[in-house]
Ligand binder design. Structure first.
Ligand SMILES: Nc1ncnc2c1ncn2[C@@H]1O[C@H](COP(=O)(O)OP(=O)(O)OP(=O)(O)O)[C@@H](O)[C@H]1O
Length: 598
């Protein structure tokens, strides 16, 4: 129950010490006030009874002096009640402010962790569940845990002060008060555990539901969902998941509340038993009428406090379970950043693959097999092969998104693993075929290629010119400041080819990079644009390394070195003329495409 309380407390303290101190003080004040109010209530009744006696004896001749003690106590109770009300309000104010700050802080922690993760984490469904669980629930749990700890403390203080007053009546009364709530507490704790298990278990299903929501309700899927009439089918799936989950949730809720009610009756019975006892004691004149009012109030409040304590405790238990998912995620091991070297021993060596093999995590067959390759600065390389041959995988290895399962890749004579992360990233500019389409401004979409110049207007323009995006961008209503995508106000949508030109410009933002990798950069471009891009590309890449993956042989043939990949192996290599002469796969595919154009 207290496992994560310390950490949650540290987190809240780090978020706002002032608010936390405020909460603690308010907790103590709110804890003591109810008993004080009950005590003053008793003094009011006793003062009234005394005043009645005096009035009887003096024939109502006392005047203001007769009422004075009563009025003073009443005013005092009024003040205490006002103070209690103020304390409640201030608590909820502190709580609201902390909730906002803490929610943000935890979300930032979750996102910061996400930035340190590797690509493999994102492709691992179990890890994804963990991330989703942490995101869904954990951001509200630390505060909830603190508030419950506060409520626990406050009610414990109240209970102790009630006990101190009640013990004058009978120690047994205190015992009854404390024990009456225990059965419902045990039930509550048990069901909190089960609710958490259910939450954990249904993670994949809830994730599927969230995904279906995205598919049904987001613009990028809307076109297909409409045209293929997928809507009802997807909605049906969505509802089926709900129906499957609902059965379990209902069963748990029914059991939880059923037992809660049944065991709660024990508390009610104890309260009314004590009520009768106190009443009889008053009739027998063992206690005054004022004391009776106080003891009854103490019992009623005391029972409320016991219930609140038990709720807080089982809630804390539940919060701890949920926080465990947050810390499980935050503490998920990430590989330490591999290298620290800023340059290699042979700056003119370029890129070398030495017997590189790679199998995706969880996959059985290797995606790449015994790849040997050397690309020198100033050279261009084209990768050709059918779908799924392993071309993109080769690029993912080169960019160190994955590490080879066997063999090694060298840049400037230094193993990629030895390179400092930032130094390596700065050397390589890459655009994948599934490049991201950010719902930002056009300029920022280009600027994303180089964070240092993310906002630099002049650099955007330069890159856009090289990527052939400049003419159409400049014709947009707000030029480089036009918002893209439909999520935000005045967002414009671009055509497939225009997006590709943006992506290409993004790659050109890396003007310091001496390796440029383009994975099917021109597939969506018109033929004129493609020819121009490559003419341009060649002059630009004179002393650098250019790697292009393309299914268009008009592009491929311009490369100095062409590699044909088949089922993860290099099966042919050479320049266009050599490969044509060799009359193998390349020559076959080339002639096939050329014939199509005749
Ligand atoms: N993230 C991944 N996890 C597991 N397997 C993958 C992953 N990405 C690709 N694969 C598999 O690895 C193989 C090579 O894929 P790759 O994307 O490298 O092909 P490609 O040659 O680029 O194909 P295309 O021409 O269709 O783009 C395929 O069999 C594919 O199913």
């Amino acid at each position: 129950m207290f496992r994560y309380t310390g950490r949650a407390l540290a987190l809240v303290w780090a978020t706002s010490p002032a608010l936390l101190i405020g909460l603690v003080l308010l907790t103590v004040v709110s804890g003591v006030l109810p008993a004080a109010i009950a005590y003053v209530g008793a003094r009011i009744v006793d003062a009234v009874v005394a005043a009645i006696d005096v009035a009887r004896q003096t024939g109502h001749a006392g005047g203001l002096a007769l009422y004075r003690p009563v009025l003073e106590w009443v005013a005092f109770e009024g003040l205490l009640v006002a103070a209690a009300g103020g304390a409640t309000r201030m608590t909820s104010l502190c709580q609201a402010l902390l909730r906002i700050q803490l929610g943000q802080r935890v979300n930032v922690m979750i996102l910061e962790k996400a930035l340190t993760l590797e690509l493999t984490h994102f492709e691992d469904s179990e890890f994804y569940d963990q991330l989703t669980r942490a995101r869904r629930e954990a951001s509200v749990r630390p505060l909830s845990l603190i508030m419950k700890t506060a409520s626990l403390t406050q009610n414990a203080i109240s209970l102790i002060s009630y006990g101190a007053l009640l013990i004058q009546f009978s120690p047994w009364a205190v015992t009854i008060l404390l024990l009456a709530g225990v059965p419902s507490f045990i039930a509550e704790a048990r069901y909190s555990g089960q609710a958490f298990q259910l939450f954990r278990w249904r993670s994949p299903a809830t994730r599927m539901q969230a995904y279906l929501e995205t598919v049904i309700a987001r613009e990028d899927h809307a076109k297909e969902v409409k045209l293929f009439g997928l809507g009802p089918l997807l909605l049906g799936r969505y509802q089926k998941i709900h129906a499957d989950l609902y059965g379990q949730e209902r069963a748990l809720a029914v059991r939880r509340d059923g037992w809660g009610f049944a065991l709660g009756l024990i508390g009610v019975a104890a309260y009314y038993g004590a009520y009768a006892w106190v009443a009889i004691s008053t009739v027998l004149a063992r206690i005054t009428l004022g004391q009776m009012t106080m003891y009854l109030a103490l019992f009623r409040n005391g029972q409320g406090a016991v219930t609140s304590i038990l709720t807080a405790v089982s809630g804390m238990y539940e919060d701890n379970l949920y926080l465990s998912t947050l810390y499980e995620y935050l503490e998920a091991p990430v590989a330490p950043p591999p290298g620290t070297q800023l340059r290699g021993p042979k700056p003119d060596d370029g890129i070398r693959f030495e017997h590189v093999s790679f199998t995706y995590p969880g996959a059985e067959a290797p995606a790449l097999h015994d790849i040997d390759l050397h690309i020198r600065p100033g050279e261009s390389l084209a990768l050709v092969g059918e779908n799924g041959a392993g071309k993109t995988t080769l690029i993912k290895l080169l960019t160190r998104l994955y590490a080879p399962t066997r063999g090694r890749i060298l840049l400037d004579g230094l193993d990629l693993q030895g390179w400092d992360e930032a130094a390596l990233r700065a050397r390589i500019g890459v655009i994948f075929q599934d490049f991201a389409r950010y719902q930002f401004m056009v300029g920022e979409n280009i600027g994303a290629g180089d964070v240092r110049d993310f906002d630099d207007d002049a650099r955007w323009r330069e890159a856009a010119t090289q990527g052939m995006a400049a003419p159409f961008v400049e014709s947009l209503p707000k030029g480089y400041h036009t918002q893209l995508g439909k999520w935000f106000r005045e967002g414009r949508e671009l055509s497939g080819g225009q997006w590709q030109k943006i992506a290409l410009s993004r790659a050109f933002m890396r003007n310091q990079a001496d390796i440029l990798v383009l994975d099917e950069p021109t597939a969506a471009m018109d033929a004129g644009a493609e020819a121009e891009i490559f003419a341009h590309f060649r002059t630009l890449m004179r002393s650098r390394i250019a790697i292009v993956i393309s299914h268009r042989f008009s592009t491929v043939r311009m490369a100095d070195q062409i590699i044909v990949v088949d089922q993860g192996r290099i099966v042919e290599r050479g320049n266009h003329d050599a490969l044509m002469q060799h009359n193998g796969i390349y020559a076959h595919l080339f002639s096939l495409q050329a014939r199509g154009y005749q």
